[in-house]
Design a protein around this ligand. Structure first.
Ligand code: AMP
Ligand code: GLY
Length: 425
């Protein structure tokens, strides 16, 4: 079969790389892609916001399946338009995609189906924020309600900070319309984990657990990013806890969506905080995580294309996934300044030397310029490696990282520290 992957991140490179291993797959196209997907697939220039152009491309290239990587096209209803054109798509339709594109919709679903999450209030009028903060408990969390590339969340330790962030969102419109409403929510203490499942709308297949590192600096300091590194599995999620997460979070969410009449075929990703009261939802994503995918797919022994097409066709009941027991760790190499402003177009060296160390280099913000790979985004690449345990996996990944260089390169040196600490304990 022929597959079109939409997106340009490390996640999409990992998806293309994994699809390439499938006997079922002939041609893979990626739009817009990056310098890495250009090797694993054929990059196509396409305005993916123009759904008719995507449909034309699918027809011209006899595409059997479209896998949508990022949330933005799903939030714009690409799955609806493709399905209407008779093209199979892995990714939920518009209404279900609101689980990610509207944090208010997500909270309503959680409220309606008794799914544990942080207590919250919604604000649209900045004048009402200050009186509320006067009697609020700190720290608390201020969130833009719409899509903000993982950056619309601030943990505030006092009223001045919370007020400043609320003003940026509601008045200064730092995140545009995504911040025309905000959620102020209770701070949840605990350890985070990402649980991703594949669903056809009824059946659910969990993927292996993983853990992201959201903050830009070592020791979980600095602003939130899209994710600076990840590892899988997340030891905090043992079998018992996974059972609780499936029973109290994942299943009620999928059943709830189905009961509301929202078709969901794709990946559902629950960002979980494991609190002393049990697991609670921090956020939903309606797609594969980035960088989680770059540490999950290297562990998948089964055929991703077979899984994705079955989900898109609405029946995954016949699928069983096999996993490599070895943990996988991945380190994001970012442009200096990310998640703030950064430069592009810096030459990247040492990728092949890194690959000789046995690591997987997944490109994210990269492009080809005069035959050379250059930086083209905030998160530039992810270096992933397997190991007999998480400590070895991380050491392997960092050996690869050491070979790669570009001006201003920044990466965290402590990815996996929680899991490694746990091994020592
Ligand atoms: P979100 O995009 O909602 O997942 O938020 C991004 C990150 O902010 C999460 O991965 C957490 O690290 C942190 N976060 C979000 N909500 C909360 C909360 N209620 N309590 C503590 N940390 C949070
Ligand atoms: N790594 C977090 C996300 O994909 O949203």
């Amino acid at each position: 079969m022929n597959i079109l992957v939409i997106g340009s991140g490390g996640r999409e490179h990992a998806i293309c790389w994994k699809l390439r291993q499938s006997r079922l797959v002939k041609d893979i196209f990626c739009s817009p892609g990056n310098a890495g997907t250009a090797v694993a697939a054929d990059n196509v220039v396409l305005d993916t916001a123009e759904h008719s152009a995507v449909i034309d491309l699918c027809r011209r290239n006899r595409i059997d399946l479209v896998i949508v990587g990022p949330e933005a096209p799903l939030a714009m209803g690409i799955a609806d338009d493709l399905a209407e054109a008779g093209i199979r798509v892995f990714g939920p339709k518009y209404e279900a995609a609101r689980l990610e594109s509207s944090k208010i919709f997500a909270k309503e679903m959680m409220g309606g189906y008794s799914i544990p999450t942080a207590g919250f209030r919604v604000f649209e009028d900045f004048k009402k924020v200050e009186p509320y903060l006067d009697s609020a408990k700190f720290p608390l969390v201020v969130k833009a309600y719409g899509l903000a590339a993982g950056k619309g969340v601030a943990i505030c330790s006092n009223s001045d900070e919370a007020l400043a962030v609320s003003r940026e969102m509601l008045v200064e419109r730092k995140f545009g319309s995504a911040g025309q409403k905000i959620i102020i929510e209770e701070f949840l203490a605990g350890e985070e984990a990402s649980i991703l499942v594949v669903t056809d709308g009824k059946n659910i297949i969990p993927l292996v657990s993983s853990q992201d590192h959201k903050r830009v600096f070592d020791g979980d300091e600095g602003p939130n990013t899209g994710g600076m590194g990840a590892y899988s599995p997340a030891p905090v999620v043992d079998d018992r806890l996974l059972g609780v997460i499936m029973d109290t979070i994942i299943e009620p969410t999928i059943k709830g969506l189905s009961r509301e009449g929202f078709l969901y075929r794709g990946v559902l990703y629950a960002g979980i905080m494991v609190t002393s009261e049990g697991p609670k939802v921090l956020e939903y994503n309606v797609r594969f995580g980035d960088p989680e995918t770059q540490v999950i797919l290297p562990r998948l022994k089964s055929d991703l294309a077979e899984l994705a097409i079955a989900a898109a066709e609405g029946d995954i009941s016949g699928i069983k996934l096999e996993w490599d027991a070895s943990p996988c760790g991945g380190v994001v190499l970012a442009s200096g300044g990310y998640p703030g402003e950064y430069e592009k177009g810096r030459a990247i060296t040492g990728i092949e030397d890194a690959e000789k160390e046995g690591v997987l280099v997944f490109h994210a913000g990269t492009a080809m310029q005069n035959g050379k790979v250059v930086t083209d985004g905030g998160r530039v690449m992810v270096v992933s490696a397997l190991g007999k345990d998480i400590k070895e996996a991380m050491a392997n990944a960092y050996r690869g990282v050491k070979k790669i260089h570009f001006e201003g390169m920044h990466y965290r040196k402590d990815i996996g520290y929680r899991a490694i600490q746990r091994m020592k304990a």
